[in-house]
Design a protein around this ligand. Structure first.
Ligand code: CAA
Ligand code: NAI
Length: 246
């Protein structure tokens, strides 16, 4: 088991990539805190994992709000006693062409995808520093690396995640904390289900592997960066996109 007795917080774990990661981490022996805004879906997903015999618990959180994040982190510490791994996976889209994008939709995406990553990372930091060890993984995107039509707000946040990752890798390395990012391509989840078929087909055509990704493709990358196998990997952006852009 690659994460035996480690405690992991995965944000946005009620659905999609985060849920797949929760299952992969639990299968590898981790105690997993599924943290999500969507309480109903979060409890349902957590119960499914519990039925499989995994040591998991659900924590309701809005990553965009500092107080909510602080109370989630202290609840996780109370339940599991430590925090070894944080996966900053929660994210939203509010797509629109620059000419039509509202200030509100720009700001909402910044609040969740960028400020949310800042809040969660800052909140787990004292526990990790005290332990002298930790793994922080944040989710960027192909859109943050190369830009994407209709995603001014989202691309800005996902590029921002890379900047924060590299900064934190430099600041926290000597404290025994590895900080890395994963940049997925187009992955089959609720998020891409909203994209017009015509555009998804275009994206698929661009992938040399000839398919969109599945949540487990990203969960396995998170697993590598959360495990001891990546102990000398720090400040990197792992591209898991089937080679969509090269
Ligand atoms: N490449 C080039 N041109 C594009 C394009 C693309 N990918 N997408 C749209 N356009 C063009 C259209 O052809 C159109 O051109 P004309 O004006 O010459 O006809 C113009 O841009 C406007 O497009 P729409 O008519 O679609 O404009 P709209 O205002 O109705 O909708 C939109 C805009 C909401 C952004 C819509 O195009 C859309 O949903 N696009 C998909 C955006 C996308 O890829 N989102 C990814 C979500 S998944 C995700 O974010 C995960 C991840 O990390 C990758
Ligand atoms: P999803 O929409 O299936 O799941 C996202 C989860 O985040 C949901 O359960 C939602 O309730 C939760 N969430 C949203 N706002 C929240 C908040 N304020 N606080 C706490 N939880 C919140 O999306 P998916 O596809 O699983 O995305 C996971 C991550 O991967 C996101 O950061 C996304 O931007 C990123 N990503 C996704 C890609 C894709 O193609 N699906 C590609 C590249 C990156």
């Amino acid at each position: 088991m690659r994460l035996k007795d480690k405690v992991a917080i995965i944000t946005g774990a009620a659905n999609g990539i985060g849920l797949a990661a929760a299952e992969v981490f639990a299968r590898e022996g981790a105690k997993v805190a599924l943290a999500d805004f969507n309480e109903q879906q979060g409890i349902e997903s957590t119960n499914l994992l519990k039925e499989k015999g995994y040591d998991v618990a659900f924590f309701q959180v809005n990553v965009a709000e500092r107080e909510s994040v602080n109370s989630m982190v202290s609840d996780v510490l109370e339940t599991f006693g430590r925090i070894d791994i944080l996966v900053n996976n929660a994210g939203i889209t509010k797509d629109g062409m620059l000419s039509k994008l509202s200030v509100e939709d720009f700001q909402k995406v910044i609040d969740v995808n960028l400020t949310g990553v800042f809040h969660c990372t800052q909140a787990v930091l004292p526990a990790m520093v005290e332990q002298g060890k930790g793994k922080i993984i944040s989710t960027s995107s192909v859109s943050g690396v190369y830009g994407n039509v209709g995603q001014t707000n989202y691309a800005a946040t996902k590029a921002g995640v890379i900047g924060m990752t590299k900064t934190w890798a430099k600041e926290l390395g000597r404290k025994g904390i590895n900080v890395n990012a994963v940049a997925p391509g187009f992955i089959e989840t609720g998020m891409t289900a909203k994209v017009p078929d015509k555009i998804l087909d275009q994206m698929k055509m661009m992938v040399p592997l000839g398919r969109l990704g599945i949540p487990e493709d990203i969960a396995n990358a998170y697993l590598f960066l959360a495990s001891e196998e990546s102990n000398y990997v720090n400040g990197t952006v792992l591209h898991v996109d089937g080679g969509i852009m090269m």
